[in-house]
Design a protein. Structure first.
Ligand code: HEM
Length: 143
């Protein structure tokens, strides 16, 4: 990711990175098959779990992971570190039966959330697409 694109991803992420539960809610709402992979949320009504502590905890884990990768992005010297944590994420999720298609669904839901909640434009979309292409490529190698 170029420094310019990383800067666009960072500035737009800052606009939503405190909406942890709201982001996870949007993902589950669009893709119930993702919710169904979580032992603690499977088979439950999304509206009844969205305000629970367990939901907030998991939402924070996902958003914190993204924040960590985004903080590292745009610096060539951080590529090894990004590769390590994203490979591990892919391998861990693969072990839980999460599929590449579901990571693709997550990506679609995240992009829709961003488009609706941050200052959007062609450059911002291109920066996020580039960032997510790179991230998915790394994760998929271990899935
Ligand atoms: C943990 C499912 C995508 C970040 C988990 C857990 C499940 C899960 C079942 C274990 C939860 C627990 O037992 O407490 C899924 C599914 C996904 C998905 C079905 C489908 C797209 C993602 C993505 C990210 C992510 C895209 C990051 C951006 C995490 C983190 C943890 C976790 C940080 C906690 C650490 C760990 O246990 O590995 N996920 N996940 N997940 N997930 Fe996901």
């Amino acid at each position: 990711l170029s420094a310019d694109q990383a800067a666009l991803v960072k500035s737009s992420w800052k606009q939503v990175s405190h909406n942890e539960a709201d982001i996870l809610y949007a993902v589950f709402k669009a893709y119930p098959d993702i919710q169904a992979k979580f032992p603690q949320f499977a088979g439950k009504d999304l509206e009844s779990v969205k305000d629970t502590a367990a939901f907030a905890t998991h939402a924070t884990r996902i958003v914190s992971f993204l924040s960590e990768v985004i903080a590292l992005s745009g610096e060539a010297s951080n590529l090894g570190a990004i590769n390590n944590i994203v490979s591990k994420l892919g391998a861990d999720h693969n072990g839980r039966g999460v599929t590449k298609a579901q990571f693709g669904e997550f990506r679609t839901a995240l992009m829709a959330y961003l488009q609706a909640h941050v200052s959007w434009g062609e450059n911002v979309a291109a920066a996020w697409n580039h960032a997510l292409d790179n991230t998915m490529e790394i994760a998929f190698k271990s899935m």
